[in-house]
Design a protein around this ligand. Structure first.
Ligand SMILES: *[C@@H]1O[C@H](CO)[C@@H](O)[C@H](O)[C@H]1NC(C)=O
Ligand SMILES: *[C@@H]1O[C@H](CO)[C@@H](O)[C@H](O)[C@H]1NC(C)=O
Ligand SMILES: *[C@@H]1O[C@H](CO)[C@@H](O)[C@H](O)[C@H]1NC(C)=O
Ligand SMILES: *[C@@H]1O[C@H](CO)[C@@H](O)[C@H](O)[C@H]1NC(C)=O
Ligand SMILES: *[C@@H]1O[C@H](CO)[C@@H](O)[C@H](O)[C@H]1NC(C)=O
Ligand SMILES: *[C@@H]1O[C@H](CO)[C@@H](O)[C@H](O)[C@H]1NC(C)=O
Ligand SMILES: *[C@@H]1O[C@H](CO)[C@@H](O)[C@H](O)[C@H]1NC(C)=O
Ligand SMILES: *[C@@H]1O[C@H](CO)[C@@H](O)[C@H](O)[C@H]1NC(C)=O
Length: 709
């Protein structure tokens, strides 16, 4: 962060030169300098008209000989001065001296002596390397000291002794490697401290404890990767803190809890991956929060911002991976007015998220890959008082048929009020290489309506449900998979599955350990017939390590009465059983399971099975079902995609049925004991696509209670 106050002063000075009456050169004015009365503001913003000597930019190598005694402001910026030889304490009214951009090697060389009126001393952009004890002994009224942009690597314990009234200290852009609380013992009045852009990396506990009056602290650009719980203890009056451009990987939650009066928090440009539950909790005076430009931020989790009674503005923009905001991410933020979420990777913003914020006035979500489905539909319902900023640049990214269209022009009213899960493509990578023995986290987040549930499948095919923890794995409710102490055994293909009652989405990641993963065992695929009835066959097969996909294909044998149709179902990789239904009785079927692994090697096995004969009592109804099914299905089961949703709606309307399209063809959960069973990923409407008429839909209201399930 650049020192803006300096620039601001400079421009004010320029502007004012034009409007203030020039005193003109008097006979005492040093050669080449400009001497005039200019407006001047004290650090506490008190206005003065100050006799000013402006000798900026003259390549002087020493102070001018005679300086008028009434001088209040002496400007010597951009010269080549390295030492003040003769004391200038005859300038009894001097309030500011600017020696920035000169050639000073040691601060003692400014040799100011006793200057009781001096309030502002500029020494930035010199070549200072240390601040020794007591070099500024007579400056008891100094309020601002600028020593930023030097090469200071050490500060003595008593460096600031005598500066009893110092309000602002600028130490940024130096070579400091530590911060010591000793330095601050002499300057308890300090209100502003900038100490960023130093190679500090670690701050000791209680480092700022003497600074009980500090209001603003800038810790930008110091490569800070963590902050101890007691680092900020004692800063009871701190209102603003900046951690801009550091290496924090989590929100320093415990440390922030020790700053009771914080109003402005800048965490921009840190590699934080998640804003977790409770990260910003009970910060009773927080007004503005900045979480922009975070390269790794994926998710703002449930109850991430909880009980922030004075929060008015959140800025979370330009986060290229931020793809998920939990509907209950913001809780008890009654004053929030502005929510800036543009230029992220968000596919949706839940209506519940904004409805939980009673005072919300404006939202910015443009420049996100918005999926125009029922989750985002509320934006077009004209029932919200919220103003969307730059609405003209809010476009659909997905589904393909709406891509590039304006969100405002989408016929959302024709949609159902349920929509498929979508795993955010930016939420985790497709390849990850880790060192053996290390840990990693994969953040899987999905939107959909109803909100999807998430589980993971390991390379060996086991299913990891949320809230399960072992010594190797931990799956969080929100979808994050933590891998601990990874060995070669854990390497391989992991799959995240997000599912709701309409369907599922999958995303895979190859986790390599030290650049490789174990060979899959070449176990041969084995199909077993588990149960046969007149209309169904239940089959099971074995897990294959690092399985990428499984397909089941079945067809009736020639010679049976009905037409020969081939059905294909794509099933999730953790699924090892499948119930083939709506079969014809007394018919021989060939059933093939095809499994592809991560190296694109596929294995296929087939079995022949004949369905049972019919109990004569149910014969007629059985046949009706079969022909109806054939009419509706066509021959192919589709892959999981958005087309499913619309086709589903179409079919639903055609059938004039209020039931979910899936219900009917989903094998009955209750009768099957295995927990690996997972039906809804199979989509039955892949090829049925017709023009759909208007369909009345209800608004989708999401529960906004403080629940995270
Ligand atoms: C310093 O300022 C005071 C008050 O404005 C004034 O009376 C005095 O003459 C000034 N001293 C010099 C040396 O100009
Ligand atoms: C600045 O002064 C130093 C000696 O103090 C001299 O070596 C250098 O050349 C001067 N630089 C300029 C730009 O005049
Ligand atoms: C919402 O309002 C806009 C303009 O006010 C209008 O063009 C649009 O048709 C309305 N949408 C609905 C769903 O009523
Ligand atoms: C993997 O790499 C790490 C660091 O590069 C090394 O310490 C470790 O010994 C390697 N492990 C194996 C099993 O090769
Ligand atoms: C990590 O796993 C290895 C075996 O793969 C084991 O020997 C080691 O003790 C584990 N380390 C920790 C910290 O659990
Ligand atoms: C598995 O079979 C493939 C060829 O199908 C072979 O290249 C590979 O080495 C086999 N792997 C093991 C572990 O036997
Ligand atoms: C199933 O039957 C077909 C002929 O109808 C035959 O070609 C095939 O080999 C049989 N498959 C098995 C696994 O028996
Ligand atoms: C398979 O589906 C049939 C027909 O829907 C049903 O009768 C049977 O109980 C199902 N089997 C299992 C194990 O769910």
């Amino acid at each position: 962060m650049k020192d803006t106050s300096f620039n601001a002063c400079f421009f004010v000075g320029l502007a004012v030169t034009a409007i203030v009456q020039t005193v003109g050169r008097n006979k005492d004015c040093p050669k080449s300098c400009i001497c005039e009365t200019r407006p001047w503001f004290t650090p506490r913003s008190v206005y003065m008209e100050a006799p000013t000597i402006d000798c900026n930019d003259l390549n002087l190598d020493s102070l001018p000989q005679r300086i008028p005694a009434e001088t209040q402001v002496l400007l010597l910026q951009s010269n080549n001065i390295s030492k003040i030889e003769n004391k200038i304490d005859y300038l009894v009214n001097l309030t500011e001296i600017d020696l920035s951009q000169n050639n000073f090697l040691a601060i003692c060389d400014i040799n100011l002596g006793k200057m009781l009126q001096l309030m502002s001393l500029h020494m930035e952009e010199n070549k200072l390397t240390e601040l020794p004890d007591s070099c500024l002994p007579g400056l008891t009224n100094l309020q601002e000291l600028y020593v930023n942009h030097n090469q200071i690597s050490s500060i003595a314990k008593g460096a600031f002794i005598g500066l009893d009234n110092l309000l602002r200290l600028h130490l940024n852009s130096n070579e400091l490697t530590m911060i010591k609380s000793d330095w601050f013992e002499a300057i308890p009045s300090l209100e502003i401290l900038t100490i960023g852009e130093n190679p500090i990396t670690k701050i000791q506990d209680l480092s700022f404890k003497p600074l009980i009056n500090l209001r603003s602290l800038v810790l930008a650009g110091i490569k800070l990767s963590e902050l101890g719980d007691n680092t900020l203890v004692g800063l009871n009056n701190l209102e603003s803190i900046s951690f801009y451009d550091n290496r924090l990987v989590t929100v320093p939650q415990a440390a922030l809890q020790k700053v009771p009066n914080l109003k402005f928090l800048d965490l921009n440009k840190n590699p934080i991956q998640r804003i977790r539950q409770g990260d910003f909790k009970n910060m009773l005076h927080l007004k503005e929060l900045g979480i922009n430009n975070m390269a790794e931020l994926v998710s703002i989790d449930c109850l991430a911002l909880d009980n922030l009674p004075e929060l008015t503005k959140i800025e979370a923009t330009n986060n290229p991976k931020l793809s998920y905001i939990h509907p209950n991410a913001f809780y008890k933020a009654p004053q929030l007015e502005t929510l800036m979420l543009n230029s992220n990777a968000l596919s949706a913003l839940y209506r519940g998220t904004v409805e939980s914020l009673p005072k919300l006035q404006e939202v910015s979500i443009h420049s996100n890959p918005i999926r125009c489905d029922c989750v985002i539909r509320w934006i077009n319902m004209n029932k919200t008082h919220i103003r969307f900023m730059e609405l003209q640049s809010l476009f659909c990214f997905d589904p393909p048929e709406f891509k590039g269209q304006h969100v405002r022009e989408i016929p959302f009213r024709e949609m159902t009020d349920v929509c498929l899960p979508l795993i955010a493509s930016e939420s985790f990578p497709s390849h990850l290489n880790v060192d053996s023995g290390s840990s990693a986290s994969l953040h899987c987040r999905a939107t959909g309506q109803p909100g999807p549930e998430i589980y993971w499948i390991t390379p060996s095919g086991s299913k990891l449900l949320p809230n399960t923890a072992t010594d190797k794995y931990n799956v969080h409710l929100e979808g994050t998979l933590d891998l601990f102490n990874i060995s070669n055994k854990e390497a391989g293909l992991y799959t995240c599955v997000a599912h709701n009652l309409v369907g599922a989405d999958l995303k895979k990641v190859v986790v390599m350990v030290n650049g490789s993963f174990a060979q899959s065992r070449n176990k041969s695929l084995n199909i077993r017939i588990e149960e046969v009835t007149a209309h169904s066959v239940l089959i099971s097969w074995e897990a294959v390590t690092n399985r990428v996909s499984s397909n089941i294909r079945w067809s009736g044998k020639a010679g049976s009465e009905t037409p020969q149709l081939t059905f294909t179902a794509r099933v999730p990789t953790d699924m090892r059983v499948y119930n083939l239904t709506h079969l014809n009785p007394s018919t021989e079927y060939e059933v093939c399971v095809r499994v592809a692994d991560i190296r694109q090697q596929t294995e296929k096995k087939c079995v022949n099975v004949t369905t049972n004969g019919l109990d004569p009592a149910v014969q007629s109804s059985g046949q009706t079902t079969t022909s109806a099914l054939v009419a509706v299905l066509g021959a192919v089961f589709g892959v999981i995609s958005m087309t499913c949703l619309y086709s589903c709606a179409t079919w639903k309307m055609k059938r004039d049925s209020s039931r979910s399209c899936l219900e009917r063809y989903t094998p009955n959960k209750a009768t099957f004991p295995s927990n690996t069973f997972y039906p809804p990923a199979i989509n039955l409407w892949g090829t049925v696509k017709e023009k759909n008429g208007p369909l009345e839909v209800k608004a989708t209201v999401i529960d906004v209670s403080a629940s995270c399930s």
